[in-house]
Design a protein around this ligand. Structure first.
Ligand code: SF4
Length: 63
């Protein structure tokens, strides 16, 4: 499973960062960085929840 962000849609509100800080981070310019785009099975539920919680629907999962 891979996760990616559409930087044109992301508004850097850090919802995903709060739910999975080991996967998502905001850099000094408030751009979302995906620290680990390849999501291991044991983290899948947590990352899926973060993706669904994005209020801008800026995150996509390729399963
Ligand atoms: S929750 Fe969505 S809008 Fe907010 S920082 Fe994450 S990807 Fe961007």
């Amino acid at each position: 499973m891979r996760v990616r962000v559409d930087p044109l849609v992301c508004e850097a509100n850090a919802v995903c960062v709060g739910l999975a800080p080991d996967v998502f981070d905001l850099d000094d310019e408030d751009e979302l960085q995906i620290l680990r785009p390849d999501v291991p099975p044991e983290d899948a539920d947590r990352v899926r929840h973060a993706v669904r919680s994005c209020p801008k629907a800026a995150l996509t999962l390729d399963e």
